[in-house]
Design a protein around this ligand. Structure first.
Ligand code: ADP
Ligand code: MG
Length: 250
C-alpha cells in the first residue's frame, strides 16, 4: 500500500483553509505492522480515513499494489476505539453483520463461529454486548473486520479505551492475529510503548499542519521485552522527537 504525497484540506465555516494532512508519503509492505503516533490533531485519523476511502484526498495518490484506491472495499477493514456493536444483537449476529454489510448472503454464516473462536470468544456467541468486558467487545470488532479477509486492517486507537492490563493482553492478541493471518496492519495509537511493542515501523506525526515527521524502524526481536535497555532507549528517542515537534509548532 502506498500513500504518495497525499494532502487533505478542510474548509472551516469561516471559509479559511485548514491543512489536516500535508504531503504525506508512506509505503506499507504486505504483511507489515506499522504504527502511527503523534499528538491529537496531527492527522492520524485523517490518513486512515483516506486509506479507507471514507474521505478523498485534496492532492496526491493512494495505491494498493499499482492500483489507485477508488472507493471503500472489504479488502480494507477498519476497527475503531469504540467497538460500535449493535447492542440488540448477539456476538454471533454482530460478527455476521460484517458480512451483511459487505452484501454477502448468510450462507457464509458458519464462518462466523470460526472467527469467534479465532478471537478467543468461544462460548460467547450467544451473549449480548452488555455482558462483555471492553476487551471482549473489541475482540468482537476484530472478528467482524477479519471475517472479510481484509488485506489491510486499519486500526484507529483500537485499544485506547481499555485499562492497562486488558490493553497489554489485547496487544498480544492483535499480534497473534497479525502473525496467524499475515494481515497488513496500520495501527494508530497515542501510546509509545504500545507502538514499540507491536510495530515493525513507527510513523511519527506532528500537527499544524499534520505531517509525517519521521519513520523509525523497530529492529527488536519478538516477543519484545518492555523493560529491555533497547526498548527503553527507543522510547526515549521517540519521546524526544515528539517533544521537539511539540515545541516547534508553539
Ligand atoms: N471533517 C473535518 N472537517 C474539518 N476539520 C477536520 C475534519 N476532520 C478532521 N479535521 C481536523 O483535522 C485535524 C486532524 O484531525 P485527525 O486526523 O482526527 O487527528 P488525530 O486523529 O491525529 O487526532 C484536526 O485538527 C481536526 O479538527
Ligand atoms: Mg484520531
Amino acid at each position: 500500500m502506498r500513500v504518495c504525497d497525499v494532502s487533505k484540506r478542510f474548509l472551516s465555516p469561516d471559509g479559511t483553509e485548514f491543512i489536516a494532512l500535508k504531503s504525506a508519503s508512506l509505503e506499507v509492505g504486505s504483511g507489515e505492522l506499522v504504527s502511527l503516533v503523534g499528538p491529537s490533531g496531527c492527522g492520524k485519523s485523517t490518513l486512515l480515513r483516506l486509506i479507507a476511502s471514507l474521505d478523498t484526498p485534496s492532492a496526491g495518490e493512494l495505491l494498493v499494489g499499482t492500483e489507485p484506491i477508488t472507493g471503500p472495499e472489504a479488502s480494507r477493514g477498519l476497527v475503531f476505539q469504540d467497538p460500535n456493536l449493535f447492542p440488540w444483537l448477539t456476538v454471533r449476529r454482530n460478527v455476521q453483520a460484517g458480512l451483511v454489510a459487505r452484501g454477502v448472503l448468510q450462507q457464509k454464516a458458519h464462518e462466523v463461529d470460526e472467527y469467534i473462536r479465532l478471537v478467543g470468544l468461544e462460548g460467547f456467541a450467544d451473549s449480548f454486548p452488555h455482558h462483555l468486558s471492553g476487551g471482549m467487545a473489541q475482540r468482537v470488532a476484530l472478528a467482524r473486520a477479519l471475517i472479510n479477509h481484509p488485506k489491510i486492517l486499519l486500526l484507529d486507537e483500537p485499544l485506547g479505551a481499555l485499562d492497562a492490563f486488558t490493553r497489554m493482553r489485547m496487544q498480544d492478541e492483535v499480534l497473534r492475529l497479525w502473525q496467524t493471518r499475515r494481515t497488513t496492519m496500520l495501527f494508530v495509537t497515542h501510546d509509545i510503548d504500545e507502538a514499540i511493542y507491536m510495530s515493525d515501523r513507527i510513523v511519527i506525526m506532528s500537527p499544524r499542519p499534520g505531517r509525517i515527521e519521521r519513520i523509525i524502524d523497530v529492529n527488536l526481536p519478538r516477543p519484545r521485552q518492555r523493560s529491555s535497555p533497547e526498548f527503553l532507549k527507543l522510547r526515549g528517542d521517540i519521546l524526544e522527537l515528539l517533544d521537539f515537534s511539540h515545541h516547534t509548532d508553539a
